[in-house]
Design a protein around this ligand. Structure first.
Ligand code: AHN
Ligand code: ZN
Length: 337
């Protein structure tokens, strides 16, 4: 009993080895139970990352919002791609625009553009950070039929994730991380069939589906990925999404822990909820890279953020503190990886 209690309180491996030695001295146990030293008892000292700047991230979100809805085929969409490329290059990343032909549920054809910004491009030890940047061409959750037909401003749903990742790139240039980071901004996530049901799931996330079938480099792989989706609302709640837990639970654990360590824990709910078809699903299923989704889904309301697919998803939905909470969590992961 004594040994059991002290075992529970162990914090360092030296003490653990001592206890293991005592246990293994017990003559009747020596033969059938070999001593196994747990691998995770030696914790690396924490590297404190640089501070994520919420004002700077907000400016990156506002720049996208000011262009108007970045609906596929629009001038604003085209402009946003040029903007992302210019910003990432300013931050010293290697930028590639991946083009591909896709057809949406309404039988329209598009040349999608995924923006890929690589930091430390030659490193074999890589992670993916992703978000979609396109805006939904309709606002079907509005009640007014006139508003339903309008494009969604896509400020929290789209621009927030891309804005956080631009600020991450800016920080990574100031303090180069040990690992390689590929920031992927996916196109055509949000052109899925309205009220389509589960069999229509593949009408969403066309940019991510394309990239997962055709990664930007031959034999590309990464240790894991983190997707951001709707990461800027004041009342944001990021709970553990079903596919993330199913495919990449250790990454969920890692990121949720990082959030707590860096003081962003209040946004990260420990409960698990259902599976959401989002870009990460295809990265898991097709590219077979474990990928999680930091996604605003309120488990108590049972819905995405309040202005989801409404014309009211504008700049007023954004809170700098939320952007910072998410961005700081990513930096905590990156510099301690
Ligand atoms: C579906 O509604 C099938 N997926 C939600 C993914 C999404 C839409 N994220 C942002 N907009
Ligand atoms: Zn959406």
């Amino acid at each position: 009993m004594m040994i059991k209690l002290s075992f529970l309180n162990l914090k360092n491996s030296a003490a653990l080895l001592t206890v293991c030695a005592i246990v293994s001295c017990s003559p009747e146990k020596q033969k059938e139970e070999p001593v196994v030293v747990p691998q995770n008892t030696v914790t690396k000292p924490r590297i404190v990352p640089p501070e994520f700047n919420g004002d700077s991230a907000y400016a990156f979100v506002k720049a996208q919002a000011d262009m108007g809805p970045r609906v596929p085929g629009s001038k604003a969409h085209e402009k946003s791609v040029i903007y992302f490329k210019k910003q990432f290059e300013r931050f010293g990343a290697q930028v590639m625009i991946q083009s591909g032909n896709v057809t949406t549920f309404d039988k329209k054809s598009w040349v999608l553009k995924n923006v890929i910004a690589s930091i430390n491009p030659t490193s074999a030890n890589r992670i993916i950070l992703a978000a979609h940047y396109d805006s939904r061409p309709f606002s079907e959750k509005e009640t007014d039929p006139k508003l339903k037909e309008k494009p969604c401003p896509g400020v929290n749903d789209g621009a927030s994730g891309a804005g956080v990742l631009l600020e991450v790139a800016r920080i990574l240039q100031q303090k180069n991380p040990e690992i390689g980071v590929d920031i992927i901004l996916f196109d055509l996530e949000d052109y899925g069939m309205p009220n389509g049901g589960p069999d229509m799931a593949d009408t969403w996330c066309l940019g991510a589906q394309y990239w997962s079938k055709n990664p930007h480099k031959q034999n590309y792989t990464a240790r894991f990925g983190v997707l951001l989706d709707m990461v800027g609302a004041k009342d944001a709640m990021f709970a553990r999404e079903g596919y993330s837990v199913f495919y990449a639970n250790d990454i969920v654990t890692k990121v949720w822990k990082a959030a707590e360590v860096c003081g962003s824990g209040k946004y990260f709910n420990k409960e698990e909820y259902g599976e959401i078809t989002d870009d990460h699903f295809y990265i898991n299923k097709i590219a077979q890279i474990p990928c999680i989704d930091i996604l605003h889904y309120d488990i108590y309301k049972g819905s995405f953020f309040d202005h989801h697919h409404k014309n009211s998803d504008d700049l007023s939905t954004i809170d700098k503190n939320t952007l910072k909470g998410v961005g700081q969590t990513l930096l905590e992961v990156i510099y301690n990886e």
